[in-house]
Design a protein around this ligand. Structure first.
Ligand code: ADP
Length: 351
């Protein structure tokens, strides 16, 4: 098992686009590290630099203790799994899985054994003689996984591998990838823009924004203590609610004067963050929500509305079957020890 170390890495594309100003990231051996962030935040750029598909402008990338900056992708001991599967259409499943090993001059017996084992792990044994066009999307993605596994690399690099699958298959394949990665114990970097995928897969979650790391940590820690408004809004669905307001000796008030708490995180303008499940209906609650839309999801109800006297949109997640109706006002109480405070100026967490 190998660790991956990204040290002061910068990427400037030809033409002068600085995609990544400076990133440091340590990925432990056996860990599944997920890079998540909106489109254009630089996650693919970082992954492609680790893979050797993009040059590193400054800094060093180490895989298993070796500096790989100047190594070709084939020399880095990594396997990539792409969104597009990239299977050879004229080759069978067996041929696709064996191809990389044949090219490297592995012995025939060894290749057969590894392909058979990977096919067994992935439930592909009965499909080994089929061509990719005669497989479903999920099966094709499993062949792509199989091709990565048989090489027994130091690391797997996943680039949005589930994006081409429908919602149901995405969940199933996500669980398969996690299970397989745990069984093999192979160090992995996984890129996605989907926060749910990121939360469910990661040992270590890296939230990126505009080429920078916003926060690194275990998924739950990031969910429970987001370092910034950006992270609070990006991780979690529905996202965290943000209430602009003012803190003074009497506590934190919204801009329309509703009392959020009696804390005093700063003096002056502040943004209070509250997750949808931490706004509790309470007839005496200080936060009046003018209800617009009620979404019944089965296990939960999402109530969308606007904080009275403001334009602040809020979402509340309720477990109970009795929900308010559009047009009504729902009084809410924030769970006091679940309020997050962020700087009005920088969006960074205050306490
Ligand atoms: P993500 O994977 O998070 O969507 P990317 O890593 O693809 O983001 O892109 C990060 C930034 O780098 C974006 O501003 C993008 O436009 C730019 N970029 C990506 N590839 C190139 C390229 N080959 N040449 C110039 N700019 C690029």
């Amino acid at each position: 098992m190998s660790n991956i170390s990204i040290r002061s890495v910068r990427k400037v594309y030809s033409g002068g686009v600085e995609a990544i100003p400076n990133i440091d990231l340590e990925i432990e051996a056996g860990e599944l590290c997920v890079l998540v962030g909106p489109s254009g935040c630089g996650k693919s750029t970082l992954l492609r630099m680790v893979a050797g598909l993009e040059e590193v402008s400054e800094g060093e990338i180490h895989i298993g203790g070796r500096i790989v900056n100047d190594l070709e992708p084939a020399e880095r001991d990594i396997s990539m799994v792409f969104q597009s599967y990239a299977l050879y259409p004229h080759m069978s499943v067996r041929g696709n899985m064996a191809y990389g090993l044949k090219n490297r001059g592995q012995k025939k017996d060894e290749i057969e054994a590894r392909v058979a084992e990977a096919a067994r792990m992935l439930g592909l044994t009965d499909y080994l003689d089929r061509k990719p066009r005669n497989l479903s999307g999920g099966q094709r993605q499993r062949v792509a996984m199989g091709r990565a596994i048989v090489r027994e690399p130091a690391a797997f690099l996943f680039d949005e591998p589930l994006s081409n699958l429908d919602a149901k298959l995405r969940v199933k394949t996500r669980v398969e990838i996690r299970d397989l990665q745990q069984r093999l114990g192979t160090t992995s970097i996984y890129v996605t823009h989907d926060q749910l995928e990121a939360m469910t897969l990661a040992d270590k979650l890296v939230v990126m924004n505009a080429g920078r790391v916003e926060q690194i940590g275990p998924p739950l820690e990031i969910y429970e203590r987001p370092a910034s408004v950006f992270v609070g809004g990006f991780i979690g669905s529905p996202p965290m609610n943000f209430l602009p307001g003012v803190a003074s000796a009497s506590g934190v008030l919204t801009e329309a004067g509703h009392r959020v708490s009696s804390d005093r995180p700063v003096e002056g303008k502040v943004i209070s963050g509250v997750r949808p499940e931490h706004l509790i209906p309470d007839a005496e609650g200080p936060i009046p929500l003018r209800v617009r839309v009620v979404e019944r999801l089965g296990a939960a109800i999402h109530v969308h509305g606007v904080l009275e006297g403001t334009r602040t949109e809020l979402v509340v997640s309720l477990p109970s079957p009795d929900a308010p109706k559009p047009g009504e006002t729902l009084s809410l109480r924030p769970v006091q020890d679940q309020i997050h405070y962020f700087s009005h100026e920088t969006g960074q967490r205050l306490m």
